[in-house]
Design a protein around this ligand. Structure first.
Ligand SMILES: Cc1cc2nc3c(=O)[nH]c(=O)nc-3n(C[C@H](O)[C@H](O)[C@H](O)COP(=O)(O)OP(=O)(O)OC[C@H]3O[C@@H](n4cnc5c(N)ncnc54)[C@H](O)[C@@H]3O)c2cc1C
Ligand SMILES: *[C@@H]1O[C@H](CO)[C@@H](O)[C@H](O)[C@H]1NC(C)=O
Length: 657
């Protein structure tokens, strides 16, 4: 009997070891941070946009026979998301120009691409840069304004191409500079023998139509097209041109003719040219023709189709979503805080080429506030070390900062609980939604709240006298480092309007940020960047805080403040998705360990109101674990007992040790 018990215990132990192995194998550990920063990015191989990455960026854009127009974007940036259809449409629209200029994109949210975006001084997204034919380092490309729509981007590109050619680059391109001669008698002398028809497009000096048509049709070798601008008055008068655009055709042995253009658009002129030569029996390569006539409208339409197509989901998918939705009920997750911090420290700040003056000041304030109030794993030594290193620095490069973050992280390892992992509360229903910006909001709410919860007793912070300390740090960070430039501009403008620096108390600062965030939510409600599964609401939702609104619908700010203090306090942080959480506690040493700080804080503050005293939480986990293992033990015992009575020989399934 004694031996039998030993055997059962041994089997149990082995079973247990097996189970643990299974569980740990099932925990998906993604070692690519990019997965949570937006994964595949905003473009794929079905788009006409050439996707660049760290491996192929330089080999493509440098020493190329073509010029490159590259969008540096960030898959979490709302403006980039909204701009992506325009970029795709442009790539399709000027696909036939791709022996002249290639439309490309690179995702700066991808960890691997990060150094490229830093080297090329990409400080906001999306940023368009033009690389000339045969460009070479150290050229960082020329910034091209993106404008509001496909036409404005294309026009900006055309201005660039025209300048390039005037400056002597692009000699193999079709001639897009205006025809300056005052007569057109000897055009055939310098024209290739293949050319059967020569066209002149007369247009206003500020028109882009001529260049567009020239580039659209430049692959048709039987045609040559030049543009004449209205300032070549003599030529206009001689050819009796009175309105713009006017199209004039020359055949080799024919007199010149004014070609009727029914619609004075790029498409209209293109059509008129083609019809004219086709009617005269000239063969134009229609395969190119079809590529060219890619209608912009069609492209936009097909984008819509895929979007709506993607909305049709299977029932399993919907159910899966329902489950994950429940998870994101209004909680604060450690993983979200850490993911956002990591991205900020290792990827975003580093994009600023050189940090000095006000930028340095902004960085110092940000890190100081984080060091004092951000709950990282091993107390906050990681952040404190970085804070102290940069205290004495007046200038440093973004690159140096990211190195500092990296090496400090290695030295202090483990700094984070859960990296690399997925977002939990900030998880979007698709890769392009939520993520980092959501995490950044979360960090700053958490900071304002815990700054307010910590009493002024805490001596080690030198900003205890400044109730705006956290908002000041946030303002500086967003203005200086936040990669979404338009967001930053909006935020700074709103901060001025709402008098951010007039905030009188720490509680008021919590409410200031809450109001500001709601203002942004209201503006973005219904926007293309809104995750359909996570609508931009006026926060908090009535279901989460019924007391937050008076009957007439207006805010009860006292209740709101209370709600925020509960949601964003350390003691309510959830550790979902962090597998080593329990055992991790053991590795924390010394008296200032985070757990103890948490515990102390929980006791100091009105934790009873939260009902989430950490110690009780701990105990309940122990109880659950205890009960579960007891249940398993009993079950296994019963099982073996039953088996034993059935077939004695089965006992020795496992070899004796
Ligand atoms: C400073 C800043 C400015 C931005 N400006 C723009 C912009 O101009 N244009 C643009 O397109 N995008 C902007 N963004 C991004 C945008 O606000 C969202 O972060 C992004 O669209 C992701 O939205 P989300 O659904 O994950 O929720 P988020 O708005 O990111 O919210 C994150 C979480 O915070 C909580 N929360 C929401 N509202 C409040 C509140 N009022 N008080 C406290 N907690 C709240 C919720 O739990 C929510 O899930 C900005 C982001 C930041 C950090
Ligand atoms: C970069 O893109 C090329 C071509 O798409 C691909 O073969 C390569 O694996 C990519 N490199 C990285 C690091 O993703």
């Amino acid at each position: 009997m004694e031996l039998d018990i030993k055997g059962i215990v041994l089997k149990l132990w082995l079973l247990n070891a097996l189970m643990i192995n299974c569980i740990s194998a099932a925990v998906p550990l993604r070692d690519h941070y990019q997965n949570l920063m937006g994964g595949q990015g905003l473009y794929n191989s079905s788009d006409d946009v050439v996707i660049l990455n760290a491996t192929n960026f330089k080999t493509n854009v440098y020493g190329s026979t073509r010029s490159w127009l590259v969008e540096f974007y960030n898959s979490w940036c709302g403006f980039c998301y909204r701009f992506a259809p325009t970029w795709k449409a442009l790539a399709s629209d000027i696909l036939s120009w791709n022996d002249i200029v290639v439309v490309a994109a690179i995702d700066c949210a991808d960890d691997d691409n990060n150094p490229i975006c830093r080297d090329y001084e990409i400080m906001h997204y999306p940023m368009l840069k033009y690389f000339s034919v045969n460009a070479h380092p150290p050229s960082l490309g020329l910034v091209i304004e993106k404008g509001d729509n496909i036409d404005s981007v294309r026009h900006n590109l055309i201005s660039r191409l025209e300048t390039e050619q005037q400056e002597g680059r692009g000699s193999t391109w079709p001639n897009i500079t205006p025809y300056r001669n005052v007569e057109i008698t000897d055009i055939w002398r310098t024209t290739s023998n293949n050319v059967k028809y020569f066209f002149f497009i007369f247009e206003n000096t500020d028109s882009n139509l001529g260049t567009e048509v020239i580039l659209d049709l430049h692959r048709i070798s039987s045609l040559q097209i030049r543009r004449v601008t209205s300032d070549n008055e003599l030529l206009c008068v001689m050819n009796k041109v009175t309105k713009f655009p006017t199209l004039i055709a020359f055949g080799r042995n024919e007199s010149q003719k004014i070609v009727n253009v029914r619609v004075s658009s790029r498409q209209g002129v293109r059509r008129a040219i083609k019809d004219y030569v086709i009617a005269r029996g000239v063969n134009i390569d229609e395969t190119i023709g079809t590529t060219i006539s890619h209608d912009i409208a069609q492209n936009v339409e097909s984008t819509h189709q895929t979007t709506s197509g993607a909305i049709v989901k299977s029932r399993e998918e919907q159910e899966e979503e329902q489950r994950s939705l429940k998870k994101t009920d209004d909680y604060l997750y450690q993983l979200d805080l850490e993911n956002a911090l990591h991205y900020s420290m290792n990827n975003e700040i580093s994009l600023t080429k050189s940090i000095d003056g006000e930028k340095m000041e902004a960085l110092r304030k940000y890190i100081a506030v984080l060091a004092a109030y951000f709950p990282v794993r091993r107390s906050n030594t990681y952040l404190e070390v970085i804070r102290d290193v940069i205290k004495s620095r007046t200038t440093m490069t973004g690159e140096e900062f990211s190195q500092l973050a990296k090496t400090t992280e290695e030295e202090m390892s483990p700094v984070y609980w859960g990296l690399p992992h997925q977002w939990i509360g900030c998880k979007g229903s698709a890769n392009s939604y939520r993520g980092y910006p959501c995490g950044l909001w979360t960090i700053f709410h958490m900071l304002t709240v815990n700054f307010a919860l910590k009493s002024n007793k805490v001596p080690q912070t030198n900003f205890s006298q400044d109730p705006v300390a956290v908002l000041r740090a946030m303002h500086g960070y967003i203005e200086t480092f936040f990669g979404c430039a338009d967001c930053a501009a909006h935020f700074v403008e709103m901060a001025g309007k709402n008098k951010i620096f007039d905030t009188r108390s720490r509680d008021e600062a919590v409410l200031w940020l809450w109001r500001a965030h709601n203002e942004v939510n209201a503006r973005l409600s219904g926007d293309a960047t809104e995750d359909p599964e996570h609508k931009k609401i006026q926060y908090p939702a009535a279901e989460h805080c019924p007391a937050c609104r008076f009957v007439n619908g207006s805010w009860n700010e006292e209740e709101v403040l209370q709600y925020l203090r509960i949601k964003y306090s350390y003691s309510n942080i959830k550790y979902d998705g962090i597998s080593g959480y329990n055992s991790g506690f053991d590795s924390i040493n010394s008296s200032n360990s985070w757990k103890i700080r948490l515990g102390r804080l929980a006791k100091e503050k009105h934790t009873t109101a939260f009902g989430w005293d950490l110690n009780i939480f701990d105990i309940s986990i122990c109880v659950v674990l205890y009960v579960t293992s007891a249940a398993i033990l009993i079950l296994v015992c019963i099982k073996f007992a039953v088996k034993r009575t059935k077939k004695k020989s089965h006992i020795n399934l496992l070899p004796k040790v």
